[in-house]
Design a protein around this ligand. Structure first.
Ligand SMILES: Nc1ncnc2c1ncn2[C@@H]1O[C@H](COP(=O)(O)OP(=O)(O)OP(=O)(O)O)[C@@H](O)[C@H]1O
Ligand SMILES: [Zn+2]
Ligand SMILES: [Zn+2]
Length: 803
């Protein structure tokens, strides 16, 4: 008897293993690993993934049978099955969540599907009677029939029938009728000559196909030679033409309108950088490259040319970009070079569109996928390169289970496929740069812009002086003046309001003093309800001060300004300015982002005002001034990476100015002008910043000197949370090495969400090979509480959000 080992869709710890099911004879030789099945589980029928087919069961009870199969071709390749195991272990999550995260939404929740007829040719008689003249048949009708699975499989493999998942009861797939000649040229000409002159329309149609042998859609044909469906039908009936159905994929991008580009002749620096990458591609070997190139240095051109090599080798490429909907310009560059060989995957697509893009990859209709984080799981089978652009972006870390980092997954897959992984950035993470310095990654550097233009000059404006000199607006006199002269010259401005982190930290508007934790070198967070300042790392707290401890000013307060308020202030101050505001509110609707950028690109506004989302990837010729409203606002987040993030953001946004002929200029407003991250960003001194920040990380025991693991416990009862976290800390202390640091229990920065109290503990370690098992074992001890008592324990093996 054959047995399927199945991971079932029950997200619970005690279910986190395979279960054995007998394979009924009708599914024998149909099931293979990577398919989804329906199995009985207790009283329910649920979905599961087939991991393995074997003949030996470890179970002693009589096995239940697999009820049905959901996919007739596996949705997970063997590689992805293995990768899921690794992913679950690496992130201390359940196998089922690891597999679910690899698949498009449609395949996660919807079980409904249908059979679609893909040919007008006669099918197998049993199939013909099932379709009974219809083009689409609900899958259940097949399941209830006596037709064998093998028969359906064969029809699928022949391309005669396709199995489709329904997206919200709308047909997922669009098909079109294609017409082409049924016979050779020669016979076609004969038929043409034999045909009576009266059948003028039919002769015209034949004449067309004597000239054009390619299949054409019925629609196009009818409009092209002005013929009718009846005329086509008569030639179909005479078996001179045949019709087939072809699937058309929904295409969110109009490929035809994107101009094709040719490879550029690389600069010397680009050549130097790409050489070892090309070598690795040629050798089919795995290596990780860190491409450190200043903004505008031509990193993207390197990606494009490396991918060309990969495609020539018959392999495929994954390109990750941060939330791609935000950079339509990036999609255009890849489509411009590789046309319809490119699939695009990002969150702004509808679930039907996402499914279509995924299937293009799955069916090997494309060679390249450009996408956000989850595209790293693209089901390519011959991967030749994985590229992560802007590798420092935190959106590559998933903050839900499984809490994985796309960089780690990319490297794991690169290793499996023996192919290079390229991490590109103007401001690499300290982690990556340190690895490159140690030789774990290969470092390639592009220090110059391709246009040989200097980086735009950055001027730092001290906002404390503005205040002292009576300017209480949020615009310094310098910025106002520059904006006005820019508008007068018909040039454009990008204004960045760094909103993340507002209203959490407390700062003196007189002297710029920010309250920090005496033990952690991290800004204290203001808790409004208790009017206390707290440290989210070590639980130190103190009351909110009424006067500044440094200068005794009473202008010490927490910060808050939104884009809308800036826009209002801006139009008051400079009434002639035409402003486009870009933030979460104005870009919520699909396509809004692209529309606003197009408007700005067309010169319909002078100023593009926005949050982080405008800092990256934009390339507008006419932008000569970049202004940063408050450079410090991120600096004092309760996050040890806040200096790094500030440096990255300032560098990125500065890179938006003067990318073409016109020289650029940057004004950075700040209350802490001598903070090293602001100072060094203004000088474009990545290396100095790296050295300085590394020293800080070393002193305070932060990555890359240590690894972190964050365990968060939550429950409606505060006492229970504190006690549980305390016990976890104790168990950890009993199991880890002496030099490993355990911090906590401390309240989470968001100490209560939806009436659940949250506490956390942080593990700082250098070498704990069994830490994942230790944590897993500890969590297993709380299994009953998690199941029955609403306790939640979440583990983040690589925390980026300390919340
Ligand atoms: N070899 C080359 N010769 C001429 N122009 C080039 C070359 N390589 C790139 N460019 C052009 O230089 C500009 C900047 O290149 P690109 O956008 O690839 O840089 P980047 O490093 O990806 O920039 P960013 O990090 O700021 O997005 C683009 O307009 C690009 O077309
Ligand atoms: Zn002060
Ligand atoms: Zn502290």
């Amino acid at each position: 008897m054959s047995i399927a080992k199945v991971i079932v869709d029950v997200p619970a710890k005690q279910i986190n293993q395979t279960f054995d099911y007998a394979i009924p004879s009708r599914l024998e030789h149909v099931l293979v690993p990577g398919m989804r099945v329906i199995v009985p589980f207790g009283p329910r029928k649920i979905m599961g993934f087939v991991m393995e087919i074997t003949s030996i069961s470890s179970s002693h009870v009589k096995l239940k049978e697999v009820l049905d199969v959901l996919d007739l071709t596996p949705v997970l390749t063997n590689e992805l099955l293995e990768l899921g195991q690794w992913l679950a272990e690496e992130t201390v999550s359940l196998f089922i969540t690891a597999y679910q995260v690899m698949l498009p939404q449609v395949l996660k929740s919807q079980y409904k599907k249908e059979l679609v007829r893909m040919t007008d040719e006669e099918l197998d008689p049993a199939m013909e009677s099932l379709f009974a003249g219809r083009d689409i048949v609900p899958y259940e009708e097949f399941a209830q029939s006596t037709i064998r699975y093998q028969k359906l499989l064969k029809a699928i493999n022949n391309g005669d029938i396709s199995v489709d998942y329904l997206v919200k009861s709308r047909i997922t797939k669009k098909t079109e009728t294609m017409i082409k000649p049924a016979i050779t040229d020669h016979l076609l000409e004969e038929a043409y000559n034999d045909m009576s002159n009266k059948a003028k329309k039919q002769r015209e149609l034949l004449a067309y196909f004597i000239q054009n042998k390619e299949a054409i859609t019925k629609k196009q044909l009818m409009s092209k030679i002005n013929t009718s469906a009846a005329t086509i039908k008569s030639l179909l009936d005479k078996k001179l033409l045949v019709s087939t159905k072809m699937e058309v994929y929904r295409n969110p991008y109009d490929d035809a309108s994107i101009e094709r580009t040719e490879p550029l002749t690389l600069t010397d620096q680009q050549n130097q950088a790409i050489k070892p990458i090309k070598q690795t591609i040629a050798d089919n070997s795995h290596d990780v490259f860190l491409l450190h190139g200043v903004t505008g240095s031509g990193k993207t051109e390197i990606y494009l040319q490396a991918i060309s090599d990969v495609i020539e080798n018959g392999k495929e490429a994954i390109v990750l970009v941060p939330e791609i909907s935000l950079t339509p310009q990036m999609v255009h560059r890849f489509k411009g070079r590789f046309g319809s060989d490119v699939a695009v995957m990002h969150s702004a697509l509808s679930s039907g569109e996402k499914y279509d893009e995924w299937r293009k990859i799955y069916r090997q209709k494309v060679k390249v996928v450009v996408g956000a984080r989850s595209a790293v799981f693209a089901p390519f089978e011959n991967l030749g390169i994985i590229i992560i652009d802007e590798e420092h972006e935190t959106s590559y870390k998933q903050e839900d289970q499984p809490k994985y980092h796309a960089r780690d997954v990319a490297i794991e897959r690169g290793n499996y496929h023996h192919c290079p992984v390229i991490l590109g950035s103007a401001t690499p993470t300290l982690e990556s740069y340190a690895r490159a310095k140690k030789g774990v990654y290969q470092l390639a550097t592009l220090s110059k812009r391709t246009n040989e233009k200097a980086m735009p000059e950055v001027e730092i404006v001290d906002m404390r002086n503005e205040l002292h000199e009576g300017n209480r607006t949020m615009f310094s006199r310098k910025l106002k003046e520059k904006v006005e002269s820019c508008i007068a010259k018909n040039e454009q401005i990008v204004l960045l309001l760094n909103r993340r982190g507002y209203s959490t930290f407390v700062m003196c508007r007189d002297c710029g003093h920010v309250k920090e934790c005496p033990h952690c070198d991290i800004a204290l967070t203001y808790h409004k309800n208790s009017n206390q300042l707290k440290c989210h790392y070590c639980s130190y707290e103190e009351p909110m001060p009424t006067i500044c401890p440094e200068c005794s000013s009473d202008l010490i307060r927490y910060f808050g300004t939104g884009t809308q308020r800036v826009e209002e202030a801006l139009t008051q101050l400079i009434p002639e300015a035409r402003v486009i505001r870009m933030d979460v509110d104005t870009t919520r609707r699909k396509g809004a982002h692209e529309k606003l950028l197009n408007q700005f690109g067309n010169g319909e506004a002078d100023i593009l005002l926005g949050t982080q989302m405008i800092a990256k990837g934009l390339d507008f010729e006419n932008v000569t001034l970049v202004g940063v409203m408050t450079a410090d606002s991120m600096l004092h987040l309760p996050d040890f990476r806040s200096s790094e993030k500030t440096f990255q953001l300032l560098t990125q946004v500065s890179g938006r100015a003067g990318r073409h002929e016109l020289p650029g200029e940057v004004i950075v407003q700040t209350y802490t002008p001598d903070h090293y991250s602001i100072e060094l960003a203004s000088q474009y001194s990545f290396t100095d910043f790296y050295l300085k920040e590394m020293a800080m990380r070393k002193t305070f025991h932060y990555p890359p000197y240590v690894f972190l693991a964050l365990i968060t416990v939550s429950h409606p009862n505060q006492v229970k949370v504190v006690q549980t976290t305390q016990k976890i800390v104790q168990s950890l202390l009993n199991s880890v090495k002496e030099e490993t640091i355990i911090l906590g229990p401390t309240p989470s920065p968001m100490a209560r969400i939806k009436d659940r109290y949250r506490y956390q503990c942080m593990v700082k370690y250098k070498n704990e090979p069994t830490l994942r098992t230790i944590i897993q074992n500890i969590m297993n001890q709380y299994e009953a509480d998690i199941r029955k008592d609403d306790l939640l324990i979440s583990v983040d093996m690589q925390p980026y959000q300390m919340m």
